[in-house]
Design a protein. Structure first.
Length: 388
């Protein structure tokens, strides 16, 4: 007869619980506890089953002999008869045990039902281990956790959090060290220490070795020693043979620079106008002209958003340093928002003021160009009329 244990999902690991007829299996749906003898009975039945199974031991099946007879032949015959009876009793008990295992199964196929389901993990359980005393069951899962169960109550007593899914782990016989292999190729080694009050604690990983990326563990230990030596040298200060290398600090972008980098042109222009610095505003306008983002920064503005821009243009358009860029910007603003004239007194006033300043500035530049042409002609004539 064949027994079957239906985990309901792929089985990742399996362990027999010591001194019992129970076993634990791990899979996608957690940890299942099975009772080979008691089937779906309660956990308390396990101790009864295990105690009854001790009768399989030859020492438990010895039959009390009668008092020795003076006749040696009669005594030998009695001993032989008692041995035969003891062997027969052992065979009968073994047969009975086999029948109990077969008869408790749920159906002709012999499928055993679990007596407990430990669903303390959020994802699939990959590994099962016992601690050094065999009194605790440990389970590792891809949810990054290792959980410790009491085998008497199957309740969680401890939980160890890791930084990556746990694929496999093992614990030393004295419960002092646990090694955890994770999905990112890292082997984490944790060592238990004794606290001041005498309580045992498990600190964060004292050493982590990236097996997948860097090579043998011995190399990591050497690097850890080198790092510890370097940190110790920093506390002592620099010597005359040391060189100091200053690492340049990362330049932090201004708000308008970050917005411009993210192509948020309208917000970038508003942020630059808040600085009240014409150099920043004009530089930003030139950058947006080159990237064709100027039209996006001007479209869709309401009265509150248009007011700072018009105030800036009416103030700075007459500055010779910025007049060329601001004249172009003023033409775009006037053409874009001419249809909304008459809806706001403040905006209308700034519009007409900007228009007058724009005409005056254009006229002034035209006069300056004419004057520049006259001066160049006079200089050229003077140069030609000079004798060689």
């Amino acid at each position: 007869h064949q027994l079957s244990f239906d985990q309901g999902a792929p089985v990742e690991d399996i362990l027999f619980i010591p001194s019992t007829f129970m076993l634990a299996s791990a899979g996608l749906n957690g940890v299942l506890i099975w009772d080979i003898l008691g089937g779906s009975g309660s956990i308390s039945d396990i101790s009864d089953s295990s105690s009854s199974s001790s009768s399989l031991s030859p020492s438990a099946n010895k039959v009390k002999t009668e008092e020795h007879d003076d006749d040696e032949d009669t005594e030998a015959m009695r001993d032989e008869q008692e041995e035969d009876e003891g062997e027969k009793e052992m065979v009968d008990e073994a047969t009975e045990l086999k029948e109990r295992i077969i008869n408790h199964s749920s159906g002709p196929s012999g499928t055993i039902k679990p007596i407990a389901r430990l669903q303390n993990h959020q994802k699939a359980v990959t590994t099962l281990r016992f601690d050094g005393t065999k009194s605790r069951l440990l389970s590792g899962s891809i949810d990054h956790n290792i959980k410790v169960y009491d085998l008497q109550t199957f309740s969680v007593t401890h939980t160890f959090k890791n930084h990556a899914p746990v694929l496999s782990f093992d614990i030393s016989h004295d419960n002092s060290t646990i090694a955890v292999g994770m999905a990112d190729g890292v082997l984490s080694m944790r060592k238990r220490i004794i606290a001041a009050e005498g309580e045992t604690v498990l600190p964060p990983p004292s050493s982590i070795y990236n097996i997948a990326a860097l090579g043998p563990i011995s190399e990591y230990k050497d690097r850890l020693d080198e790092a510890a030596s370097f940190r110790a040298s920093l506390s002592r200060g620099a010597s005359e043979f040391d060189f100091r290398i200053d690492v340049p600090k990362k330049v932090r972008l201004e708000v308008y620079e970050g917005l411009l980098k993210d192509h948020r042109y309208k917000e970038a222009l508003d942020s630059a106008l808040e600085t009240k610095n014409p150099l920043i505003v004009v530089s930003l306008i030139e950058t947006m002209m080159a990237s064709e983002g100027l039209s996006q920064s001007l479209d869709g503005r309401d009265e509150e958003e248009l007011l700072p821009l018009l105030e800036f243009l009416t103030t700075e358009i007459t500055d010779p340093r910025f007049s060329s860029q601001l004249i172009t910007l003023s033409h775009i603003v006037l053409d874009t928002y001419a249809p909304v004239i008459g809806q706001s007194f403040v905006i209308d006033k700034l519009f007409f003021q900007l228009q007058d300043l724009l005409h005056q500035e254009i006229k002034t530049q035209m006069l300056m160009q004419q004057l520049n042409g006259v001066i160049e002609m006079i200089i050229n004539n003077a140069t030609v009329s000079q004798p060689n």
